[in-house]
Design a protein. Sequence first.
Length: 161
Amino acid sequence: MRYTFKDLVDLVHVNKRNEFTKIYEYLHKIDNPQENEILEKVGKHFEVTPKEIKGRNRYADVVLARQMFMATIKVCSTKTLAEVARIVDRDHATVCHAMKTIRMDYDYNPARRNKIRHFIADLDPTRQELLLDFLNERNPDILAAYSIDADRVTAPSEFKA
């Protein structure tokens, strides 16, 4: 039988739940370094917390971050839709919808396309290539126009000469 975090936390005494949560998160972080690295990058880039990404909040900025996280994990790993869904406590159909939405936003929404390109530009070259291929981006130099510095990523249209 597979236990969820909610099942386990209910078994722990009320006074020890905070400590249990910290230990559980630490152990989970060790088991899945790629997921947590991507989760932190998505959270930092879209300015939402990892807890919000995995939560039930449906604000537009949180939903975009969650969808980008699910699409990135699915494209950059060998995980199935169901395995990705388990990470964010959702259904496999939600992951499928997220991937479809990210692809459609990239194709038809210029503002979202820039946000997605900013995020992709912040990843390592292997993940960049995988995501650009997923988004059917045929120009391999598309991210060269996006400058990355420690504090801010600037789109070509925002760049001042």
